[in-house]
Design a protein around this ligand. Structure first.
Ligand SMILES: Nc1ncnc2c1ncn2[C@@H]1O[C@H](COP(=O)(O)OP(=O)(O)OP(=O)(O)O)[C@@H](O)[C@H]1O
Ligand SMILES: [Mg+2]
Length: 649
């Protein structure tokens, strides 16, 4: 619009000249009504004090939080084009300004700054003020501004509406008029829409959470114990009355199949396999939970479109008065039932371990990292007559050499500088009448090996710096992923100690040598995941072919991760990490099974090399994946002559 028109309208009141620009015409008339002076920036008393601005920003905290990443993104798109972006609240106060310094400084001169008001009542016709009144996207260019000091600028503003369609804010982009481009309007509208969408999503999330909270509140405050199962018979919900009555944590049952938890009438079991009949089932049935009979009222769960979602079981008041049941199983009370193993080799190891549990003999468990040595140790403890006492695990590889002795045997007052006053008992004393689990025994320094041997022979300890002998009655279980016999040959491990420890030797084979265990284990870990899912045949095939250097622990991690990423309820190859897909035909597995120099030591170094490759030489990550401490990893790298730098590409 030529400057002349502005002059004529302002000076002569010739509004007719604007008849082709109805939006500007209306806005200028309003500006006159509001008493705006056209020749200056109308610096009225309309900028917020520091405190008032802070309060306003707090009030709009959620909006600012949601809008910031979106306008920052917009800024990155426009960066370097001398553009400023503003977020404005519904009354015209600028909440946030972001942009290139040069233009921001320029605009400070006309007080287009955070905390200033840009309503038409304050500044006459301008992008922000006019869009607030029009409640639609508006661009105001150069002389279309009512006030002359804004004539070098163009502004593009788009409104932001809340879920109730009320205008709550505005997004504006301002730049020098000579640099303005009409496409900017589309960008501003898109960004304002993105903020709106995010506001809706947040609102929805809040409402959903509220309604879930409310439903939970109701369900936990009724007098009935209730649980329900999905179409496939997996328990998906349990209210607190039900978990109290059954004496279990909801998390212990959720995700488990109803048949694995309750003893069900045969006729009902048949129905579960015939999905249709099962989901129509109503009425009463009698089920058994750990030897207690429970009467349950069944009710099909039907969705809003008539779809069958599962069945709700409510414990009838009659049975819900039954007091429960066997004591609850502690989380760390691992028993042999928790050890999954279908392969002959695992069945043999489990059989041997069960037998060993009945004795008080020292046990040596050998197996690669992550094969389940600790699980075995805990199961043996829990099934043995030491199970009333504690299970104390000590990782000999994770403790600095200088501290191992006092950790194991304790120390007396004043044994060394920094020793705790009054002394401290060691793990052997703490484990009295229970089990001590000496993990990574191969890492034990030689001079401690001598002391350990004495303890095993004498069944008594002397604290560091003490003289008194303290008798102890503990079952010792040691574990290692090293080949101790070759360590003995190299003078790293004492033969006499080896014989003392190796009274019963339980070997746990690596997972790749018992591939029939892979899927049962995978399904076992899935059954513990909060979301129910199954594994697709192509994904199964990948799992079965992989070399599993990290053994069961690696499998567990991958399954837990896949289950949390899988939305469809079926784990497909896309839910599995790329490296396992790439490595399913790994040349390593070939070397390992056919190589002439195959022994545990080679295997250890191959495993470490493999994991280091995958972790790109990051030792923290590699140690985590190998399930060993970083110190142990460094020690191993040194011993095996492996340079971690080789893998840092
Ligand atoms: N047979 C199994 N059945 C069920 N879970 C298992 C089995 N074997 C191992 N796991 C699980 O795999 C993980 C690793 O097991 P564990 O810690 O006992 O291995 P480890 O041999 O002691 O490893 P490391 O040598 O690295 O210490 C644990 O989460 C354990 O619960
Ligand atoms: Mg372990």
């Amino acid at each position: 619009m030529p400057k002349k028109i502005w002059q004529k309208v302002i000076n002569n009141g010739d509004f007719n000249l604007l008849k082709n620009k109805p939006l500007i015409l209306k806005s200028w008339k309003r500006s006159v009504q509001f008493g705006i002076v056209p020749y200056n920036i109308n610096n009225r008393d309309d900028e917020l004090s520091h405190t008032a601005f802070k309060e306003l920003r707090d009030k709009y905290g959620e909006l600012i939080f949601i809008a910031t990443p979106i306008i920052t993104n917009l800024y990155f798109t426009l960066k370097g084009t001398n553009t400023a972006i503003y977020l404005i609240e519904k009354d015209g106060y600028i909440l946030k300004a972001i942009g290139d310094n040069e233009i921001l400084n320029e605009l400070t001169k006309i007080r287009l700054v955070e905390g200033a008001n840009w309503h038409e009542k304050s500044k006459g016709t301008n992008g922000i003020g006019t869009a607030l009144i029009e409640q639609k996207p508006v661009s105001i260019h150069a002389e279309e501004h009512f006030c002359e000091p804004f004539h070098h600028l163009s502004c593009f503003a788009a409104p932001i509406f809340d879920t109730n369609k009320n205008l709550i804010a505005l997004l504006d982009v301002t730049l020098l008029a000579k640099q303005a481009h009409p496409h900017l309007m589309a960008l501003v509208i898109a960004a304002a829409k993105a903020i709106e969408t995010q506001l809706y999503a947040n609102d929805l999330k809040k409402r959903l959470l509220n309604s879930v909270k409310q439903s939970n509140l109701i369900l936990n405050n009724i007098d009935y114990g209730i649980f329900w199962v999905n179409q496939l018979g997996y328990i998906t919900y349990l209210n607190s009355i039900c978990s109290n009555k059954l004496g279990v944590d909801a998390s212990d049952l959720i995700g488990r199949h109803i048949e694995d938890v309750f003893n069900l009438p045969a006729s009902f079991k048949e129905m579960i396999s015939d999905n249709v009949k099962f989901l129509d089932r109503s009425g009463q049935i009698k089920i058994d939970f750990q030897g207690n009979t429970l009467w349950c009222q069944l009710k099909p769960l039907v969705g809003p479109l008539g779809e069958k979602l599962g069945i709700a079981f409510s414990l009838s008041p009659k049975t819900s008065t039954i007091t429960v049941v066997k004591p609850r199983k502690q989380k760390n009370e691992i028993t042999f039932e928790d050890i999954i193993g279908n392969s002959n080799s695992m069945k043999e190891s489990i059989r041997l371990a069960m037998q060993a549990a009945t004795t008080n003999l020292t046990i040596l468990i050998t197996g690669e990292t992550g094969t389940g040595k600790e699980v075995f140790a805990r199961a043996i403890h829990n099934e043995s007559h030491y199970n009333k006492g504690p299970f104390i695990a000590i990782n000999c590889g994770a403790i600095p050499e200088t501290l191992i002795e006092s950790e194991l045997f304790g120390y007396e007052d004043g044994a060394f500088t920094g020793a705790k006053k009054g002394g401290r008992p060691g793990k052997f004393e703490l484990a009295n009448n229970g089990t001590i689990f000496l993990d990574e025994i191969g890492e034990m320094p030689l001079y401690i090996q001598v002391k350990l041997l004495r303890v095993l022979q004498e069944r008594e300890i002397v604290r560091v710096g003490g003289v008194k002998t303290i008798p102890i009655d503990v079952r010792v279980i040691a574990a290692t992923n090293k080949d101790l016999e070759s360590e003995i040959k190299q003078g790293q491990f004492r033969q006499d100690l080896y014989y003392r420890l190796n009274v019963i030797n339980i070997k746990i084979p690596p997972l790749r040598e018992r591939r029939e265990d892979i899927l049962p284990l995978a399904n076992h870990f899935l059954s513990k995941a909060p979301m129910k899912c199954s594994i697709s045949p192509p994904a199964e095939s990948i799992l079965c072919k992989y070399f599993w250097p990290g053994n069961v622990r690696e499998l567990e991690n991958i399954i837990v991760r896949a289950a949390s990423f899988c939305i469809s309820g079926i784990i497909t190859p896309s839910n599995l990490p790329n490296e396992i897909k790439r490595k399913t035909q790994s040349s390593n597995s070939h070397i390992l099974t056919t190589g002439k120099s195959f022994n545990l030591k080679n295997l250890e170094s191959l495993t470490i090399v493999e994991i280091l490759k995958q972790s790109k030489g990051n030792c923290t990550l590699a140690a985590k994946r190998l399930g060993i401490s970083r110190t142990t990893l460094y020690r191993k790298l040194k011993a095996l002559g492996i340079q971690k730098e080789e893998f840092q590409n």
